[in-house]
Design a binder for this molecule. Structure first.
Ligand code: PLZ
Length: 408
């Protein structure tokens, strides 16, 4: 795809004032293939002209089955799998929890500090952060337990101890406060999204997954933000060699149309009674057609490779920024899911949300969309479309650099 086409795709929007924006947000990790990817546009037009809806539970159609097959094929794990489709990430997480409880006959769900899993009652209960997600919205769903995340930058005894100590705390908490035999599932984002692009200390997640398998506890990977090539692999679990029992997907799956999925081991998915899962719109045919086109784009245009190339350009630039500005305490992430965490100064890791907001709005004013994240609101995160060209990428990084120079 030529640079001109990419500029048209990526510098769209804002027709009201004629401004153009470089997109380092992708609508929160959704339009990985671009916001008017030619294959997606063509597939959607073809599908709306054919039929827009039947309700898959009433009259099944091929596109839904094809997306389910693609999910079974692309997600980690060589065992037999099944997939079910829904409308949003939160709905996928809700259904994964239903499936896990049904299969295990257990109720408790364990989630992590800094987790984000959605805004519905059950998923907001799984989400860790009070403001703005939970404040005044209780009471929350029961049988949800929270354990520490192996967050290297903020681990009290330092990043070297983080994986071991966090794993020990996890096992101890589940054992003493919940009980292994009461625990249906552990749910985790393999790289935390809204919580601040926290990359768990290496080895932590694979030990958690292994321990869960030994206890008959299901390991649910919430790959809603990390999935579909974003981190330089089809799914972020693969970086740790993990094969989750259940995986939730959404966002990048369908090039901007609302679609979500739960994929899991066949025996787990099949354990739910007939009619137990569903919904009027889940796996809408237009969204499925878009997903098939987005997946084809990822395959044919090698967007796994594109995400890795983005990392190889952005990481050194962000690291150089961190050397220049002592308010950058940490540079982290994988592929095209990268972030900087802002602190008060060298040697003082106190979060700096005021500066984070100021830099984000300076970027926006100068034509670059960046998003903030983090439990303390002090993380600038970068999620460029995977099809972004190098010229735009480096122009965006120049704007970021200038924003730091003017603000920090
Ligand atoms: N799980 C890991 O990242 C959505 C939400 C932004 P929905 N993240 C962006 C906001 O402020 O609402 C997300 C996620 C992970 C679940 C979800 C929920 O996905 O499609 O927004 O319901």
């Amino acid at each position: 795809m030529g640079e001109v086409t990419q500029q048209r795709l990526l510098r769209t929007g804002i027709p009201v004032d004629g401004n153009q924006l470089i997109d380092f947000g992708s609508g929160i990790a959704v339009v990985s293939v671009g916001n008017a990817a030619p294959r997606v546009v063509e597939a959607v037009q073809r599908q709306v002209a054919d039929f827009t809806h039947t309700c898959f539970m009433i009259t099944p159609y091929e596109e839904y089955v094809a997306v389910a097959e693609a999910l079974n094929d692309l997600t980690p794990g060589s065992f037999a799998k099944r997939s079910a489709l829904f409308n949003s990430g939160a709905e996928a997480v809700e259904n994964a929890v239903k499936i896990a409880r049904s299969y295990t006959g257990r109720a408790a769900i364990v989630a992590f500090d800094h987790a984000y899993h959605g805004r519905t009652n059950l998923t907001m209960s799984l989400t860790a952060k009070n403001m703005p997600y939970k404040h005044r919205f209780g009471p929350f769903a029961g049988e949800i337990y929270r354990v520490p995340m192996a967050y290297p930058f903020r681990w009290p005894t330092g990043p070297e101890q983080c994986a071991d100590e966090a794993f020990a705390a996890f096992v101890d908490d589940v054992h003493t406060q919940v009980g292994e035999a009461n625990t249906a599932a552990v749910i985790v984002e393999p790289i935390q999204g809204e919580g601040g692009f926290v990359v768990p200390a290496p080895g932590f997640l694979s030990r958690v997954a292994q321990w869960c398998a030994e206890q008959g506890i299901l390991f649910i990977a919430d790959e809603i933000q990390t999935g579909f090539c974003r981190t330089g692999d089809w799914f972020a679990c693969s970086h740790e060699g993990i094969e989750p029992d259940l995986i939730t997907t959404a966002k990048g799956i369908a090039g901007g149309l609302p679609l979500a999925g739960v994929t899991g081991r066949a025996e787990i998915m099949d354990a739910v009674h007939v009619g137990g899962l569903g919904g009027t719109y889940g796996g809408n045919p237009v969204a499925c057609a878009a997903a098939l086109a987005a997946i084809e784009t990822m395959r044919v245009d090698d967007l796994v490779g594109a995400a890795r190339r983005i990392e190889s350009i952005m990481k050194p630039r962000l690291t150089a920024l961190a050397e220049k500005y002592e308010v950058i305490g940490d540079v982290r992430g994988r592929g095209a899911m990268l972030a900087v965490e802002l602190v008060v100064g060298a040697g003082d890791r106190t979060p700096n949300p005021v500066l984070t907001a100021a830099i984000s709005s300076a970027c926006h004013r100068d034509g670059l969309i960046t998003l903030t994240a983090g439990t303390y609101g002090n993380v600038l995160r970068f999620l460029p479309p995977l099809v972004i060209g190098e010229a735009l990428l480096s122009e965006g990084l120049d704007i970021l650099d200038a924003a730091f120079a003017a603000t920090a």
